[in-house]
Design a protein around this ligand. Structure first.
Ligand SMILES: Cc1cc2nc3c(=O)[nH]c(=O)nc-3n(C[C@H](O)[C@H](O)[C@H](O)COP(=O)(O)O)c2cc1C
Ligand code: SF4
Length: 425
């Protein structure tokens, strides 16, 4: 299936620092239509589009927007641009290459849910993205597309940019609120959900950058136009961040339903003519898939039965020479370091998991270790407060399923003892 550039239509084409360039390529046509048709129309199109959140949880965007629109009191819009999932860089490209699209989409959200305050929470390391967003906000304000009277609607909407300080957990929506409010970056218990009580206690619409950037497409093409791409349950296109051992690593936009093998082929296949060992799909919070999964359609519904996830769209490719267990060790260390420590299953579980994976990766595994990993994983998944703890065991356990024999050396994936190497993509 070929690449389709819809979200990426302007990336690398339009000057990202010029409002005129953005408008000349269709920018702000969606806001004009929203001003004309009104919030009720936007909500019904968004619901009918089937757009699911791209930040990892795949929550229906239309349902979330309606919940905030119908909430009482002051509302807020937050764009989650923390993007700390390892191997993920799609939001960065959108913000750096098409910042006005993020600003326009947030403005549409503001008008639709009747919020006046918008905030983009940008990953601390993304200096260029933050600078370009600020520049876009300035220009939009000067052009009357943002501020006290948005596009002559008589409605106000403002956006400010806040930069994160480098904690993975602050991408979790409620930890993000705490971070902005000057508290410890720890997730809150839910309920109440952000749509009821979010940033500063106000009903808050939180969406990922990529989710928001889909909204102008829905507005301009209508729900049926949006649904031309993708499957019935995973509608539209998806950005995949392909990295690792491929010929052409990079960001690829494809319709949902494209198979893993087709995506890897777009990226030029496994590099140097080597064979595929595994793909870490969805980042650290994702799962390892073996070469027998190349026919798997990349959709929310297609990945679920094999324990996979679209997640953040990270696709990390390992060739036959890579040390699978060294990668697993990094994943385990990542979760141990990034756990906020608030709840016991995750705080203790990520530590114990790291200890066992360290033994496995160095060939000092004990006979009981695989079972211990499974037990700890089940406890973290079932009893952790937030998604970090709930997904911390996924990659580790999927690696164990892929290579049931514990590695006998640090080169955990390469030796024949670890099973049949994969086929050439
Ligand atoms: C540990 C953790 C980190 C997260 N990091 C991000 C992130 O960087 N960006 C993001 O959009 N969502 C992230 N999320 C998901 C958010 O909590 C939330 O579901 C999302 O921003 C909602 O937007 P969406 O409905 O458009 O996907 C994270 C969740 C968890 C548990
Ligand atoms: S699951 Fe982990 S990251 Fe989430 S609240 Fe508990 S300790 Fe913190």
């Amino acid at each position: 299936m070929p690449e389709v550039r819809r979200l990426l239509a302007r990336a690398g084409v339009a000057d990202p620092e010029s409002l005129e360039a953005y408008r000349s390529l269709g920018g702000y046509a969606a806001l004009a239509r929203v001003a004309e048709r009104g919030p009720a129309w936007v909500l019904s199109e968004l619901e009918a589009s089937g757009l699911l959140g791209r930040g990892g949880a795949a929550f229906p965007a239309g349902r979330k927007w309606r919940a905030v629109a119908e909430a009482a009191g002051r509302r807020r819009v937050v764009c989650n641009a923390d993007e700390s999932e390892p191997g993920t860089f799609k939001d960065r490209v959108l913000m750096e290459q098409d910042p006005f699209a993020v600003v326009e989409a947030m403005t549409i959200a503001g008008l639709t849910v009747a919020a006046e305050d918008g905030l983009v929470y940008v990953r601390g390391e993304y200096r260029l993205a933050a600078a370009r967003l600020r520049r876009a906000i300035d220009q939009a304000e000067r052009a009357g597309l943002l501020g006290a009277d948005v596009a002559g609607t008589g409605r106000a909407f403002w956006i400010r940019v806040v930069r994160g300080a480098g904690a993975y957990i602050c991408g979790e929506e409620t930890a993000l609120f705490n971070s902005v409010e000057g508290r410890r970056g720890e997730p809150r218990n839910k309920p109440p959900f952000p749509t009821q009580a979010g940033l500063f206690g106000d009903p808050t619409l939180v969406n990922n950058v990529e989710t928001l950037c889909n909204v102008p497409i829905v507005v301009l093409e209508g729900a049926s136009g949006f649904r031309r791409y993708g499957t019935d349950r995973s509608t539209g296109t998806k950005l995949f961040c392909v990295s690792g051992h491929v010929e052409r690593p990079g960001l690829y936009e494809v319709p949902f339903g494209t198979t893993l093998g087709e995506l890897l082929a777009l990226a030029g296949g496994v590099w140097r003519g080597r064979r595929l060992q595994a793909v870490l799909c969805g980042g650290a919070a994702g799962t390892f898939l073996g070469p027998d999964r190349l026919d798997l359609p990349l959709t929310f519904e297609g990945l679920q039965p094999v324990g996979g996830t679209v997640g953040s769209g990270a696709v990390i490719v390992l060739d036959e020479t890579a040390s699978l267990w060294d990668i697993v060790l990094r994943v385990a260390r990542f979760f141990q370091e990034e756990s906020c420590g608030q709840c016991v299953p995750c705080r203790v579980g990520t530590q114990r998991q790291l200890e066992i994976v360290t033994r496995l990766a160095s060939g000092r595994a004990r006979p009981e270790d695989p079972q211990l990993l499974a037990d700890i994983g089940a406890a973290m998944t079932d009893a952790s407060i937030c998604g970090l703890g709930q997904t911390a065991a996924g990659a580790v356990l999927s690696a164990l399923a892929l290579r049931p024999g514990a590695p006998s050396s640090s080169n955990g994936g390469a030796s024949a003892a670890h099973g049949r190497p994969g086929e050439v993509v």
